[in-house]
Design a protein around this ligand. Structure first.
Ligand SMILES: Cc1cc2nc3c(=O)[nH]c(=O)nc-3n(C[C@H](O)[C@H](O)[C@H](O)COP(=O)(O)OP(=O)(O)OC[C@H]3O[C@@H](n4cnc5c(N)ncnc54)[C@H](O)[C@@H]3O)c2cc1C
Length: 425
């Protein structure tokens, strides 16, 4: 499929099109936003995507073994649907002049912009936080994995401190024994001392009480020591010092201390929430910049049922699809569609204990053990990936906002999506 664009260049001057749609950020939100924009605009718009690397980092899997394999090359996919890739980091936005400034000094002009710059882990504001590992980006996860390989060779009975007992910290702590096994360290894995640390009094406080018993049982079975209600005073590569004066010596310290919007989101005019996310309206438009749409971990949107979006892949994909759809619709003078996400599911990997799947915002436990693990595997190896067959048609179809299907899956009374559907068709 070709729309007559040259995907190798971001120079669209002198061409007869409705305008330029620029996506900043090549994560889940940005990738599906670019595809949705192309699907809606067809040949009538130039669509380009700027990101430091042409790789979709599969961040939800970065707690797993072999993190070096957890990236999907974007260029072949973008090329198929005539989305131009521009390597670079956006550092400035002039919403009135409709330009984005790149770190190298260049500028990109847009008619509609989609900001999809995602999030970064927040390192705690304590001395030595930079010395600790994390699994926030593929590069960081690979560095941590290298350390695990060294531990297997150098330390008979290693100790690993995981700071942060939220979603990522739990998944990582419960995977660590098998991570050492993956490096050939069966003995070190058996002797491994895992300490999961949080200042909160419970594990996974953001997950609510629904799945807690299952999580706690998994931590006990995996011999993960919990240090809860424990405030970290300082960190170093080989220790965690606590406010109560105690010190934990460790062979590796790894942080999973929560995420905030990446720096570029601050460039978007208007309100931001406490995570630095841009507050957007139901069309995912920035309140103070009508040509700017925001998606993924950079956006604070209402899910359509009174909840705020979470910084999750589940929300990022749909936010991206709707932001791309709306940026293209707006450019073509068509009415925008409201973003809704009416089904909320969590799926937490519990290592050898399986996984726990919850349904709804009250996080009702639906599947555990092997049944839960099968869901997690499906999500981690298929659901979040671009279509495997990779045809242009399949790629464009994967960016569909899919209202009818989502309505069918919603539990309980069906919302009236007919007016929305009419607008989409
Ligand atoms: C270890 C881990 C486990 C997770 N587990 C889960 C899970 O089980 N379930 C779940 O739903 N979510 C999970 N998440 C969260 C999920 O990965 C994120 O919510 C998701 O990646 C957000 O997608 P995004 O496209 O908004 O941002 P990102 O995936 O962060 O992508 C942002 C992109 O923007 C680029 N970018 C950033 N700044 C700029 C700039 N200035 N200029 C140009 N490009 C820029 C980045 O390089 C990146 O390509 C996990 C995250 C981690 C780290």
């Amino acid at each position: 499929m070709t729309f007559g664009l040259n995907p190798a260049t971001a120079d669209f001057e002198g061409r007869d099109h409705a305008g330029k749609i620029l996506v900043v950020g090549g994560g889940f939100a940005g990738f599906w936003a670019a595809l949705a924009a192309r699907r809606v605009a067809g040949p009538r718009a130039h669509v380009s995507l700027v990101s430091p690397e042409p790789t979709l980092q599969i961040r939800p899997r970065l707690y797993e073994a072999r993190p070096e394999t957890l990236g999907v090359p974007l260029l072949p996919l973008l090329h198929k649907v005539d989305v131009a890739f521009v390597p670079g980091e956006a550092v400035g936005l002039d919403a009135l002049a409709r330009t984005v400034k790149l770190s190298g000094g260049g500028r990109l002009v847009f008619d509609r912009l989609i900001v999809a710059t995602g999030s970064r882990m927040r390192r705690p504001p304590v001395t030595g936080a930079d010395a600790a590992f994390s699994v926030d980006t593929q590069a960081e996860a690979v560095a941590f994995d290298r350390r695990l390989g060294d531990l297997v060779r150098e330390v008979a009975s290693p100790t690993i401190a995981v700071v942060g007992a939220g979603f990522t910290g739990i998944e990582l702590a419960l995977e660590l024994r098998d991570r050492l096994v993956a490096h050939g360290g069966d003995n070190a894995a058996e002797r491994l001392h895992i300490v999961l640390i949080d200042r909160a009094e419970t594990v996974g406080p953001e997950l609510g009480s629904g799945p807690r018993a299952e999580i706690e049982a998994a931590l006990v079975a995996a011999r993960v020591e919990r240090r809860l209600g424990a405030a970290v005073r300082t960190l170093a590569a080989d220790r965690v010092s606590f406010d109560d004066g105690t010190v934990l010596a460790a062979d590796a310290v790894v942080l999973a201390t929560g995420m905030a919007a990446s720096a570029f989101a601050a460039q978007v005019p208007g309100a931001h929430d406490k995570l630095g996310r841009v507050v957007v309206d139901t069309a995912l438009r920035a309140l103070a910049a009508p040509e700017v749409f925001v998606a993924g971990d950079a956006a604070a949107a209402d899910t359509g049922d009174g909840h705020r979006t979470l910084q999750s892949c589940q929300h990022a994909g749909q936010l991206g699809r709707v932001a791309g759809e709306n940026a293209a619709r707006d450019l073509l003078g068509l009415p925008t569609v409201p973003y809704t996400q009416l089904r909320y599911v969590t799926c937490l990997d519990l290592g050898r204990f399986g996984a726990v799947v919850t349904q709804g915002w009250e996080r009702r436990v639906e599947k555990t053990g092997c049944e839960g693990k099968a869901v997690k595997r499906l999500v981690n190896t298929q659901v979040i990936y671009p279509p495997a067959d990779g045809t242009a048609e399949a790629l464009l179809a994967s960016s569909s906002i899919d209202l009818a299907e989502r309505a069918r899956r919603v539990d309980g009374p069906k919302p009236d999506l007919e007016p929305v559907r009419r607008k989409v068709v």
